[in-house]
Design a binder for this molecule. Structure first.
Ligand SMILES: Cc1cc2nc3c(=O)[nH]c(=O)nc-3n(C[C@H](O)[C@H](O)[C@H](O)COP(=O)(O)OP(=O)(O)OC[C@H]3O[C@@H](n4cnc5c(N)ncnc54)[C@H](O)[C@@H]3O)c2cc1C
Length: 552
């Protein structure tokens, strides 16, 4: 298959030569460095490479080029090599324009010219792009194949699971010739989808996510039955706790029921997380955090749902959905929140078949040319609108309130304003979802006059508030009326410690009503619902775990 390529395009020959020289010096042994002096030449080179079955890891384009600027070039190049990582080269004067453009097309980084010394300014960026590319790789060469129907809920679940866990896979519609061959080899008909064929040739018929996780090499069983620290939930708070816990020498286990990354993993671009001035996608942030936790030897369990917690003398014991148990000295609850279901006729039946909760980035390409509707007026809905506007003919945001101003960040409202195919409808609600086997239309009720209209709709994405889903905690720890977990000062009523509290100290800041059980991130009552605060609380919880362990 040959070496993967790093392609650079710049209309200034001296810049083009210089960057190719620097790239060759560092990456020439493992990557083919391709250089072009116009967008048209670069696209020709990419087409040629595509025909010869080549791979492209990174594309680096100058922003200011005649005929086609760097953004336009990258948009076209993405059609040929959608999984190549992308960066823009800009002059200082163009930074603002580049950042605005980055928000519209999915560019991973921008680099300022000149990039001297490359060791400081160029190589770290290219290293991180190459790392990201190596993880997701080129899906054309993925080992896992999934045969399914576009509108089948179980097929969607498997695709979404693999995508959110950053496992490369190849999707085959059940009526494609190769899919038919795989179904025949597995001895089943098209009604048996999803069929997952693993790298070593095993055929899994209608597998659950746990089976797929195992097949993809994701760990599902703990290596020991007692840990210093167990973290429940693998979103930013849980990952933060795992990195700090393991790096500080605690035997640390993180348990995740779905996909590591949590809500943040579903974000198409997080722009307000410190240290990423040009934004970072949830998938990339998750991937980095997961690798960081792994580097410090934190153990991560996938597809394991925790359904029970009890104090067991000085130990704290968790029960999994299959009845198995695991214990630790201390627990961090980092279970976040999950989307509230939309109460409208037909929505439950069509979920996974045109109706999706969260951003479902796997659905981007299949929305090409269609009309997409998004329910919700918060930042998550705004980010999704920007994401889908790159694929869909139109994207309509359906907002219950009078305006976006009270629920969405100013920077996002401004970005949405600038995208021609995004519309915002305020004071309206979806009252039904219609379709045979998959979503075909929705009925919207206009809150101003009560009028109902039915519109054709290919995909409906729902982002309407979230709830903590902590019922499984029962009475073990104190929670508020919505299920959020009380910690620290919130547990003191008129200076009194919580009932049953058996220490001669107040609960630590993130400690629950039972000593040794902590909560961090969105699941905590009165928490700030942000990536930065979740990560911060995860780190802080570990410091408090140390304090708790010292006093034991
Ligand atoms: C689409 C979207 C975009 C966003 N964009 C931004 C942004 O740009 N900037 C920003 O600051 N914030 C953003 N947010 C908010 C931010 O993502 C959250 O505040 C943050 O993820 C909270 O982290 P957490 O770890 O507390 O919880 P979560 O991210 O909710 O993670 C909790 C994890 O726990 C797991 N879990 C739950 N129960 C169990 C159980 N019983 N057993 C095992 N595992 C369990 C869940 O599967 C989940 O993976 C966005 C949210 C969404 C949905």
């Amino acid at each position: 298959m040959g070496q993967p390529a790093i392609l650079t395009v710049d209309d200034d020959p001296s810049v083009s030569r210089a960057i190719a020289r620097d790239l060759r010096r560092r990456y020439g042994a493992e990557y083919r460095i391709l250089r072009a002096s116009s967008a048209a030449d670069a696209l020709d080179a990419l087409k040629d490479l595509k025909l010869r079955g080549g791979r492209v890891a990174v594309m680096l384009a100058d922003y200011r080029m005649p005929q086609q600027n760097g953004i336009e070039f990258l948009e076209h190049a993405m059609d040929l090599f959608p999984h190549a990582r992308r960066a823009l080269l800009t002059a200082y004067a163009d930074t603002d324009a580049a950042i605005q453009a980055i928000n519209v097309v999915d560019v991973d980084h921008y680099l300022l010219k000149p990039w001297d010394p490359p060791e400081e300014k160029l190589y770290p960026v290219i290293d991180s792009l190459l790392e990201a590319w190596q993880v997701t790789g080129d899906r054309e060469v993925a080992d896992i194949r999934v045969v399914g129907h576009r509108w089948s809920e179980p097929s969607y679940q498997i695709r979404d699971f693999l995508a959110r866990n950053l496992v490369p896979y190849r999707w085959l519609g059940a009526d494609e010739p190769e899919a038919r061959r795989l179904l025949e080899a597995a001895g089943v008909g098209p009604e048996a989808v999803p069929l997952v064929v693993t790298a070593d040739g095993r055929a899994l018929v209608r597998p659950g996510t746990a089976e797929v996780a195992e097949a993809a090499g994701l760990s599902t069983a703990p290596n020991r039955d007692f840990y210093d620290l167990i973290i429940v939930g693998g979103g930013p708070a849980g990952l933060g706790a795992a990195v700090y816990g393991a790096s500080e020498g605690l035997r640390t286990l993180l348990v995740e029921r779905q996909a590591v990354g949590g809500q943040a993993g579903q974000s198409s671009r997080i722009e307000n997380y410190l240290g990423f001035p040009d934004g970072i996608s949830g998938a990339q942030l998750t991937d980095r955090a997961r690798r960081q936790a792994g580097k410090f030897a934190a153990e991560v369990l996938n597809t394991r749902e925790v359904v029970g917690l009890r104090p067991d003398g000085s130990a704290r014991t968790l029960t999994f959905a299959d009845g198995a148990e695991v214990s630790a000295h201390a627990i961090v609850l980092a279970t976040g929140v999950a989307y509230r279901p939309l109460a409208a006729d037909g929505v439950a039946q069509l979920t996974g078949a045109g109706v999706y909760y969260g951003s479902a980035s796997t659905e981007g390409p299949s929305c090409s040319g269609s009309d997409v509707y998004i329910v919700g007026g918060a930042n998550s809905a705004g980010q999704a609108a920007l994401f889908f506007s790159r694929y869909a003919r139109t994207v309509t945001l359906l907002v219950r309130g009078d305006s976006l101003e009270s629920s969405m960040s100013y920077y996002l409202i401004q970005q949405l304003d600038r995208v021609a195919n995004v519309r915002v409808r305020t004071r309206c609600e979806v009252v039904s979802a219609l379709g045979e086997g998959h979503l075909e239309a929705i009925t919207i009720c206009d809150g101003k006059n009560g009028e109902q209209t039915t519109v054709e709709c290919g995909s409906l994405f729902i982002f309407i508030g979230a709830e903590p889903r902590t019922d499984w905690l029962g009475e073990v720890v104190a929670r508020d009326e919505r299920g959020f977990v009380y910690t620290g000062p919130d547990l003191l009523t008129s200076g009194h410690r919580p009932p049953g509290w058996d220490r001669d100290r107040d609960p630590f800041y993130l400690e629950c009503s039972v000593p040794g059980i902590f909560a961090a991130g969105d699941v905590r009552a009165n928490s700030v619902k942000r990536v930065a605060s979740a990560v911060g609380e995860g780190a802080m919880a570990v410091t408090l775990v140390h304090r708790y362990l010292e006093a034991q």
